[in-house]
Design a protein around this ligand. Structure first.
Ligand code: LLP
Length: 431
């Protein structure tokens, strides 16, 4: 268990959270190395070791720092990046180039050039113009790159509307209309600048039901068969995305096998029936690797008990370090870290310090009676918290600490005001 209560204090991966808050200040993101490694190990056991010719590409968008890239590399993982900035972070971490995959619906020429220069393993092409752009860059540089096409399988998954991506009406992927997909496949097969490996889909995020993955799989298998028939071309790689749901409050996390086993059985059955070698299968989990490995620590400040209405407990962070409640109505759990064994008999609303009424992190939660100066911990904030943080109201981005079995190490310094302003210039007329 990474969460433990000792002497009334919440411990996280063996570290006293109140001491962490004192040592590094708040707000603070804390990540458990043990939990991240456990997740990778689960995937090694139930996927990489169980099924040959498979890979895990950690979706860096969930939490992308040099240290996290190094951790993923050390654990033998591949990585999925979606921007020049994420790619640059991976490069700074000396991530093996052939283990990097590049996703994104509007990759820029300079981002693609950086990827091609570094020699990355795969580019997942998301639209028809992208192939020509890649070809012109490769031509200029005298290089060749391996590519897949991200397709829009046209399936609907059960999650927040902003994080479902598989339906046809989506900015992601290439729609499967015959006059669109087949010419695109033909062009990639014939191109002298790319090696066409196969297809990619990603149906959505925070999913607890494997139906949409399995539906998308059927569609892509049908496509693979059509490509074989039309072009006598056997794809060698299939990327089935991420999206595996995690526990924020009471949701029960499904084991990876729940998604992966039925998909792998279907894939193996399909290719043995077709009489061709099964392609490599790649998954891109992001949230399911880091969400529960992250804990946010805050200091409680102002407390306003509006009689008969609501008790607002303000913390020193908010939507700038965790936009998910405001953006997706995401629900989180938390406790007063220094009163972890006290009865939770005070119903409060945990709000941030931004000038925004929607800056509420947790609505109506029962906690131990809070006081100014207490440390408040919010669980499962490891995915899409730090990576979506902003400087709204010129709040600084918090520090990040990596903990492991009682040891702690700073991996991202707290942003300073100087750092926040370092790119700002004063025009001559205002000097
Ligand atoms: N692969 C692709 C192509 C993706 O678009 C995504 C997520 C993933 C993999 C990783 O999905 P995961 O395993 O993390 O569910 N900011 C939102 C989530 C956006 C997800 C975008 N794509 C949130 O905080 O819920």
């Amino acid at each position: 268990m990474i969460n433990e209560v000792k002497n009334g204090i919440l411990y996280f991966d063996g570290c006293d959270t109140v001491e962490l808050a004192q040592k590094y200040g708040t707000p603070l993101y804390v990540f458990s190395e043990t939990d991240i490694v456990n997740r990778f190990n689960e995937l090694k056991k139930c996927f990489i070791e169980r099924y040959e010719n498979t890979r895990v590409a950690y979706a860096a968008k969930a939490f992308c720092t040099i240290a996290m890239c190094k951790l993923a590399a050390r654990e033998g993982m591949c990585i999925d990046v979606v921007s020049g900035g994420e790619l640059y972070t991976a490069i700074q971490a000396k991530f093996p180039p052939e283990k990097i995959e590049f996703n994104g619906n509007n990759k820029q020429a300079d981002e693609l050039a950086m990827a091609i220069d570094y020699g990355i393993g795969r580019i997942i092409i998301d639209g028809l113009q992208e192939l020509s752009l890649i070809e012109s860059i490769c031509k200029e540089k005298g290089k060749k790159v391996q590519v897949l096409y991200r397709i829009t399988p046209g399936v609907k998954s059960d999650s927040h509307d902003y994080i479902v991506t598989g339906k046809k009406d989506s900015k992601f992927g290439i729609p499967l209309d015959e006059h669109v997909i087949f010419p695109a496949v033909e062009a990639a097969i014939q191109s002298e600048y790319v090696d066409f490996l196969g297809f990619h889909f990603h149906v959505g995020s925070q999913l607890f039901d494997n139906t949409s993955h399995l539906q998308a799989l059927e569609i892509v298998l049908f496509l693979i068969n059509s490509v074989k028939e039309r072009f006598h071309y056997d794809v060698t790689e299939l990327n089935i995305g991420g999206g595996f749901g995690v526990t924020y409050t009471s949701e029960e996390r499904k084991p990876f096998e729940y998604f992966l086993d039925p998909m792998m059985h279907r894939i193996e059955e399909f290719f043995s029936h077709l009489g061709i070698k099964r392609p490599a299968v790649v998954i891109e989990p992001g949230r399911s690797i880091v969400a529960e490995a992250g804990l946010s620590l805050y200091t409680i400040g102002s407390i306003k008990d509006i009689e008969g209405v609501r008790k607002y407990v303000s913390i020193d962070g908010g939507m700038t370090d965790n936009i998910r409640p405001a953006l997706y109505q995401a629900v989180y759990a938390g406790i007063v870290a220094n009163k972890a064994d006290q009865p939770k008999n005070d119903k409060v609303t945990i709000c941030g310090k931004c000038c925004e009424s929607g800056d509420i992190l947790i609505r109506d939660i029962d906690i131990a009676e809070p006081a100014s100066g207490d440390i408040f911990a919010i669980f499962s904030t490891g995915a899409y918290g730090f990576s979506m943080a902003s400087n709204y109201n010129k709040n600084a981005i918090p520090a990040v600490v990596l903990v492991k079995e009682g040891c702690d190490e700073l991996i991202v310094k707290r942003q300073s005001y100087e750092h926040m302003l370092q790119n700002e210039l004063v025009p001559e007329s205002l000097k």
